[in-house]
Design a protein around this ligand. Structure first.
Ligand SMILES: C[S@@+](CC[C@H](N)C(=O)[O-])C[C@H]1O[C@@H](n2cnc3c(N)ncnc32)[C@H](O)[C@@H]1O
Length: 237
């Protein structure tokens, strides 16, 4: 890992999150979240009315607000200046009982305990991801749960390959270099790195979901070979 990439340098980049990007991302989350992630997160979370939820690395707070509207008592943690300010302003304008805290998850110290921690597309942004994840596990009540979403580490930046060629090449799965993003870096790691932190910290892995979106697949050249409708249907099931 490039030593210039630190938790703080990445947080500093996210701190510059622009107004235009806030508008583009939208208050409900972007299209991937709305159609792919959120239905799975909400279904995995189950009945959350009255449960204490920590939205770790909450970004613009869209999920904190969705979960609060479903009756959860939510704390959102976001280290970056502009996104933290945005969340706090939204809460002032239309209160949902959400508490926001500005801090780096790897330095987080909380006295509260939570029924559920959600970490949605955050761990790939954090160089010190082990400490961040352990801190999230530490604040769980006995029997509490963590829901983690990461971009699939096999396919970093592969969307354009897939659309152009119909296949992706797996290049450096085990030692992939961080990929620069508009804000911070995408740091992909083998799935074992995350699973082992969870297992070493006495978590039980209950469910793994790799969601897929057939409309997106249909834009790809390889979808031509799936022109039998029954095959498409089978893929979607
Ligand atoms: C891709 S965004 C995801 C935000 C939100 N969870 C969502 O799904 O929209 C990554 C988030 O991680 C946050 N982040 C980066 N480094 C962090 C750290 N060390 N501790 C906590 N959050 C961090 C960024 O500020 C940003 O809000």
């Amino acid at each position: 890992m490039d030593m210039r990439i630190s938790n703080q340098s990445i947080i500093d980049e996210w701190s510059e999150f622009s107004k235009e990007d806030l508008i583009a991302f939208s208050d409900d989350g972007d299209s991937d979240r709305v159609s792919l992630l959120d239905p799975n997160i909400i279904s995995l979370a189950g009945e959350i009315k009255g449960r204490r939820v920590l939205d770790a690395g909450c970004g613009n707070g869209y999920l904190s607000r969705k979960l609060a509207m479903l009756g959860a008592v939510v704390t959102g943690v976001e280290p970056s200046n502009n996104l933290f300010r945005y969340c706090s302003e939204k809460e002032r304008e239309a209160p949902l009982g959400i508490t926001y805290m500005q801090c780096d998850l790897s330095k987080m110290e909380l006295n509260e305990e939570y029924d559920l921690v959600v970490l949605i597309n955050v761990l790939m942004d954090i160089p010190e991801y082990q400490t961040a994840l352990v801190n999230c596990i530490k604040v769980l009540k006995p029997g509490g749960e963590v829901i983690i979403s990461i971009l699939h580490p096999c396919f970093p930046g592969s969307e354009s390959d897939w659309k152009n060629t119909g296949y992706v090449q797996v290049r450096e799965y085990f030692d992939a270099p961080p990929i620069k993003q508009k804000y911070g870096y995408l740091i992909t790691r083998p799935i074992q790195d995350y699973f082992n932190v969870l297992i070493e910290n006495s978590c039980v892995i209950q469910r793994v979901i790799e969601p897929r979106q057939l409309e997106w697949l249909s834009e790809c050249p390889c979808a031509a070979i799936l022109n039998d409708k029954s095959e498409k249907k089978a893929l979607n099931e």
